[in-house]
Design a protein around this ligand. Sequence first.
Ligand code: SF4
Ligand code: SF4
Length: 445
Amino acid sequence: MSTTDQPTSSPLVTISTKPVPPQKRPEPPQYFAFHRVRKYVQLACVIVFFTLPLSNLVRFDIPHQRFYFMGRELWISEFGILFLAMMFLLFLLAAMAMVYGRIYCGYLCPQMIFSEASDSTEKQIRRLVNKYVNWEAKKRNLLSRGIFIMLLTAASVALAFVFISYFVDPRDLFHRLMSFDIRTAAGIAGATTTIITFLDFAFLRQRFCTTVCPYGYLQGILGDGNTLLVHYRDPQHECIECKKCVRVCEMGIDIRNSPYQIECIHCADCIDACNDVLGRLGKKGLIHYSWGEQELPENFRESWFRRIGLRDGKRVAVLLIMLVYAVGLYVAVSMRRAVLVRISPDRATMYQLAKDGAITNKFRLQVSNRGHEQATVVLSVEDLPGATLADTEDAVVVNPGATVLREFEVMVPQAAVPKGVNHFQFATKVGEDKEKYPQTFITPE
Ligand code: SF4
Ligand code: SF4
């Protein structure tokens, strides 16, 4: 049989006409994204930063010497309340640095928020110009720089306006801005702050945090073995040297070198980066938030107070002191009266004898109306027989925001009181509020 008679054996090729199902994409790695949380927190902070002075929730009005706090108008002379507020803020910042390290810098600080915003805006403008403008590279660079400078100038004016509004009435400041006032103190402060803001976010940005700002140095003093850190651990030598953690770091450091670098603001971008890279390989990230160098925060068998950072007596003590100041502040603000009355004796002359034989003692009255409505103070004398007020009316009317000073005399017939020092009291009535002020009346021995 010739070879041609043999049946030809050819490989069977089957071509399926069924549609091939699309290959399933690998699931993206699941991990907690600190970056997204941080951006939401930062957005909330920007809203708070703009809202507080413009709504008088927190504002220190220097020209009028007033402190606005949660809808209340405090006078600069109300030292007790201001002292408690300052001490509370001081302990709050110290406690945050001690317990949570530089979390304030990474999540809450306006300098960091606007530095990051400047960075990302500049990169975004450059990307869009490179994509849509068909010029030579040098001209495209100039164009993107020009657009960025215009935007930054407008943003600097807005930021300086809000910042100065913490110290000057925003309506007054707005009129000054509209009339380009650079002659008055508020106008000069506004213009200077605008220039500083522009230079800061054009050139300095995060460098401010490691050179000028004292908070990082304070952190170095207050931090200890239980303070929250961003920590790299690789006991199994799993790092693939991709350096993504270094590339994403806005502060330009390599967290693998040490968790104690002063530049680190504990923002956790490197944690996200490493979780992302190693997650694709089915591994856990090598960078974590940890309490000191020992424990990772995922130790959920711990008690709740250790998990929120109250890990030793020092931290509990600081929290208690903060609470004391907070309660003191609350009590002081809630006990505060809108109308402040002060009565003091004028002892330049102990007493005077009138022609009709009556005895007079001089006093000073000071009434400050810290409220928003006109107030009337009714003054009377108690426990001093036959006493009358001379040189003043019984009722003193004080306009909102005003202070009235009066000198007056209390006159008593000589026979009505014993010789020497007589104790009595002034009684004041403001609306329904009654107050007593113990005083002495002196007669000749
Ligand atoms: S991102 Fe993670 S794996 Fe990559 S270099 Fe940094 S620590 Fe190593
Ligand atoms: S090292 Fe990590 S946590 Fe520290 S600043 Fe850089 S990215 Fe943020």
